[in-house]
Ligand binder design. Structure first.
Ligand code: 4AD
Ligand code: MG
Length: 432
């Protein structure tokens, strides 16, 4: 019996005989040799079957292998500098598990994205998609490690909620036993409640926006990590954000080298990411845009071209702080020195990947919160529990939300967010 090993740890087995359990990604054959492109989920490697060096039956079996057949391959691990993993397998024996039907939909030629999305359940097997989702896993883990190491408690908010938080126009409604309910847009309000119980918390889960946008940056279902911190103000909030981003990028650079190579990611951009990040105020950003000949008025919200223009001036992500109060959510704390603007910031990723974080200090004063709820015409009775947090031991507190898929897009350098989540939900797609 030989060892079954994962392709990702193949380097430990140089010169040894091993078995790989996986699938045939592709095959090239001549009369004398088969090159089997193998994958096992952890990586990709080439198996070489030389006719003169294996039993006839092994060589004949390889002839029958179709694309995506599942199989067990046993052979010798050998260095090969041309391969992405640095190794190949000199095959001794092959045991098919399932010979795949002919006509696997995803051939190695170019396909249109619509076709690939229709076949997402198969597309995710291909090297680039696999690399993106493995980097997503690393980012997921890095985020959890970052908060766990700093004493944050993970608290899961509900997904079915009675009210909105980020704006009523973007809610997916559901019938909750005859009552109106909604899929959660954000876990923030619940995270605030938890912060008053545990001090430092984070939630990490799916969120839903019924946005009819068809951009490269919008999903209707996406994952957000939302830390919330009691006794923390505007400044410290930004510090946690930049430290978290630096931490995530470093983990990916350290642990996902092969995947970044498969994606052809230019690492020089990622290697420059170092906290502290530059900060500009919203007003400064508006002036930059005007100098760049954009038609933009103080009080307008940024669109993608504006964010890209500003981001291009910096190597690191850039904080845009002190947005106008009237274009931001009801819970954001206005600056006491100038209540026209809030004590919050968006973090804009480099290279045109747009806003990856939105965050702020929260209003902790009861009367002021009530006033904002009225101004925004929100139904106060649905927010009573949230208002209670200002009745019983209210303290200054802050938090933010990082969009997981936008972060994966940026770090992987992929041009469309639909590739960064296993099964994307977009304006015109709920299948597969
Ligand atoms: O700026 P947003 O809407 O902020 C909130 O929801 C706050 N409650 C967060 C908080 O303070 N706890 O969303 C936060 C982030 C954005 O910066 C972006 O990265 C991502 O979530 N995001 C989206 N990602 C993909 N598709 C969409 N439609 C997104 N909308 C927001
Ligand atoms: Mg935002």
């Amino acid at each position: 019996m030989t060892n079954t090993v994962a392709i990702e740890s193949i380097q430990k087995y140089e010169g040894k005989e091993i078995t790989i359990k996986g699938w045939l990604f592709n095959k090239r054959s001549s009369g004398k040799i088969h090159f089997l492109q193998l994958r096992d989920g952890t990586g990709f490697i080439q198996g070489v079957v030389v006719k003169s060096e294996v039993e006839d039956e092994v060589f004949e079996t390889c002839k029958k292998l179709t694309q995506e057949s599942s199989l067990e391959v046993t052979g010798l691990v050998q260095r090969d500098d041309r391969s992405k993993t640095g190794y190949e397998i000199v095959v001794k024996s092959v045991k098919p598990v399932h010979i795949a039907e002919e006509g696997y939909p995803i051939s190695l030629k170019e396909h249109g994205t619509d076709f690939l999305m229709e076949n997402r359940h198969l597309w995710m097997r291909s090297p680039k998609q696999n690399a993106i989702l493995r980097i997503r896993d690393e980012i997921n883990l890095a985020i959890r490690q970052f908060f766990h190491e700093r004493g944050f408690v993970l608290v899961e908010p509900p997904i079915i909620t009675p009210s909105s938080c980020e704006g009523t126009t973007e809610l997916f409604g559901i019938d909750y036993f005859g009552e109106n309910a909604f899929l959660s847009q954000t876990g923030q309000l619940y995270a605030e409640a938890a912060a008053m119980a545990f001090g430092k918390v984070y939630s990490f889960g799916p969120t839903f926006r019924a946005e009819k946008s068809k951009t490269r940056k919008h999903l209707n279902e996406f994952w957000m990590v939302e830390p919330e911190m009691a006794y923390v103000g505007f400044e410290e909030n930004l510090k946690v954000q930049e430290e978290m981003i630096e931490y995530i990028v470093k983990k990916v650079l350290d642990n996902k080298k092969i995947e970044l190579k498969i994606l052809g990611r230019d690492l020089t951009y990622l290697e420059k990411i170092k906290a502290p990040f530059p900060r500009i105020t919203y007003t400064e950003a508006v002036n930059m845009l005007k100098e760049g000949n954009f038609e933009f008025e103080w009080g307008d919200d940024f669109g993608a071209p504006h964010e890209t223009y500003i981001a291009e001036k910096f190597d690191n992500p850039v904080f845009i702080t002190h947005f106008p109060t009237k274009i931001k959510a009801f819970y954001m704390q206005p600056d006491p020195d100038n209540p026209e603007v809030i004590l919050g910031a968006d973090l804009i990723a480099p290279e045109g990947y747009g806003e990856i974080i939105g965050g702020s200090e929260r209003i902790h004063d009861l009367d002021y919160l009530l006033q904002r709820i009225k101004e925004e015409k929100l139904p106060q009775e649905l927010y009573e529990w949230y208002i209670d947090l200002r009745r019983y031991g209210s303290v200054p507190h802050s938090g933010f939300g990082l969009g997981l898929e936008r972060t994966v897009s940026w770090i992987c350098g992929v041009d469309h967010i639909r590739q960064t989540i296993p099964f994307a939900r977009t304006l015109n797609r709920v299948y597969p």
